[in-house]
Design a protein around this ligand. Structure first.
Ligand SMILES: O=C(O)CCC(=O)C(=O)O
Ligand SMILES: [Fe+2]
Length: 276
């Protein structure tokens, strides 16, 4: 196995490893790389749905998304689908998966199944690096704060996604809900401090009013979106991405109108998040 940084501050590419036939010692090495980088890219994988499931189960236990359709192959694999005729894509804005759960998901493993001829990259951000680079006065301000994370504004009645042509693919309108988490968490494996707010799901700081929250959240988001904390991954047939939801954000580019794109996603269960 050969692990090389993908961009100066975000992610790594794992070469010379086939996930489907990985040995126990390779899995151990992969876990260490996942802890170090929080975002791993793989090329030229042969990972049919049953092997996608087996890889996920070797890593942890699977959690099923409450809103996405699942595949014919398995109720544990979510479909991230965009049809030729569809305008809106899933995950088109910066977010981290499942931060609205009390115990957010550890990570997600995304496998390319159908790709557009061009476009359809996924962008990622490194929230541990972004936290480290915050000015000291801002770090101080965030100490002890908690934030509310929700999905109601996306998947609830009149939620953003419900008003688009994505709605037909989504279930679970009644499953919406909120959770609160520390704004700066201690990553359970790497022990690094991480900025744990995201544009998709974070509504406001607990005990703050909405406008005041918005101002600080926007300042933090602008900081994270700088080029040194972000990268863009170009999918090819056989590409797989495994990201850590506790220390990354992602967003899927919607720049391939008129073409279809289908990805399979498995999400792995995490552990409660503690303040740093
Ligand atoms: O389609 C993608 O590239 C990512 C979509 C997304 O947000 C996800 O699968 O969690
Ligand atoms: Fe996502």
């Amino acid at each position: 196995m050969n692990i090389v940084p993908f961009s100066p501050g975000v992610g790594a590419v794992v070469n010379d490893l086939q996930l489907a036939t990985m040995t126990e010692s390779e899995l151990t090495e992969l876990r260490a790389a996942f802890t170090e980088y929080g975002l791993l890219f793989f090329r030229d994988q042969d990972l049919p749905p049953e092997e996608h499931l087996r890889f996920a189960n070797r890593f942890g236990s699977i959690v099923v998304n409450k809103f996405f359709k699942t595949t014919q192959e398995s109720p544990q694999i979510a479909e991230v689908r965009k049809e030729k005729t569809q305008q809106t894509n899933i995950g088109g804005g910066w977010h981290t998966d499942h931060s609205y759960d009390d115990i957010p998901a550890l990570g997600s493993i995304l496998v390319a199944r159908t790709l557009p001829e061009t476009g359809g990259d996924t962008q990622f951000a490194n929230l541990a690096a972004a936290y480290d680079a915050l000015p000291d006065n801002l770090k101080k301000k965030l100490e002890g704060l908690r934030a509310v994370h929700s999905n109601t504004h996306l998947y609830g009645e009149n939620g953003l996604y419900r008003l688009t042509d994505l709605n037909d693919q989504l279930g679970g309108m009644d499953r919406v809900g909120d959770a609160t988490h520390p704004v700066v968490i201690r990553h359970p494996e790497s022990d690094r401090k991480v900025l744990y707010v995201n544009p998709g799901h974070t509504i406001q700081f607990e005990g703050w009013d909405f406008t005041e929250s918005r101002t600080l959240l926007d300042e933090l988001y602008a900081h994270v979106m700088q080029p040194q904390f972000t990268c863009s991954f170009n999918w090819l047939p056989g590409s797989v991405t495994f990201w850590d939801n506790r220390c990354t954000w992602h967003q899927a580019n919607n720049d391939y109108q008129g073409q279809a794109r289908l990805m399979h996603r498995i999400t792995i269960a995490g552990s409660p998040l503690a303040a740093a």
